[in-house]
Design a protein around this ligand. Sequence first.
Ligand code: ATP
Length: 370
Amino acid sequence: FEPWNDPGAKPLIQFQNVTKKFGDFTAIEDLTLDIFEREFFALLGPSGCGKTTMMRMLAGFEKPTSGQIMLAGQDIDPIPPNKRAVNMMFQSYALFPHLTVYENIAFGLRRDRMPKADLEGRVHEMLRLTRLERFSGRKPHQISGGQRQRVALARSLAKAPKLLLLDEPLGALDKKLRQDTQFELMDIQEKTGTTFVIVTHDQEEAMTVASRVAVMNDGKLMQVATPDRIYETPNSVYVADFIGDVNIIEGKATATGDETYGVDWGEGRAPLVAKSARPFSDGQACHLAIRPEKVAISAERPEEAANAVQGKILDIAYLGNLSTYHVEIAGGTIVKAQTANTRRIARRSFTWEDTVWLSWTATAGVLLAE
Ligand code: ATP
């Protein structure tokens, strides 16, 4: 399932050079983006970057200042919010407190005057899909937070929208329930085949549920790609830093071979070695981004390593399955190295103030211009 790589695939949603201004403040700047049918698309970015504004434009609560938004090839501008095949599920769920679970789900269908038999069938299908059959007669205050979340989801899907917008849908749930619910959401999305666009500021959540992730900053798209590409090949320090943990070493690149660069990171230090498909001119300032789990830690200098630097352990964070070491290397730079604790002994392998070697391969890091 990779419609974004298929030149013949028709996008369900197209943002075409969309700009949204509030007075003279630009919330979204000249943004172009395609989202495909059956995608689970995540908008990710810090508070105020414009995620909710994009959702509100899709739902019809805001109009672009310039540019166009297309839904299934049609400009949505003239279509009023209630006539769009788009539904939005809010973080607050906005359930009717005096109505039962069943009636909450049926609400929109009744308003549309769906025939009784069809309506009953549809509500039961939604109750089954969200595993709420046993709770259909209860009121929202008689069920748990996770169940309320599922009622809101069932209600938003009842009218079979083409597109469902989910604004921080799991924000009200605690971490454990949130993680379980992510898998449920994915399952429901797959079963219904509805296109989901989710807004979240939780990068782990976006990476878990999404087919593709858009990382935003200041009303602009920084990178749009699958979760693994975003993580493995971020296109900027901003994206590398926003998604997961990363070490950044600044230096100057010099080509030393085919897609291979030496990174001069300080006088008297051996240059680091990095592969990069992205070209750099000799002497160009660069940032070498390396994930902590790609940095090995050892007592002796590994013989074969493309990169090996010595340092002193400042801190060790024991996380159960993982340990993270904070190691100070030349120039006062702190590098994080993460090891998987597959053996019980692992946490005691090194200790505070030990001098150790950090090593990584030439392909472990990503060379970034900015
Ligand atoms: P959060 O994660 O905090 O919800 P967000 O990425 O969803 O943030 P938006 O709500 O889209 O951000 O807001 C983007 C920017 O536009 C913010 O700086 C916000 O203050 C501004 N903004 C949003 N709505 C309006 C409005 N009606 N009038 C003026 N400014 C607005």
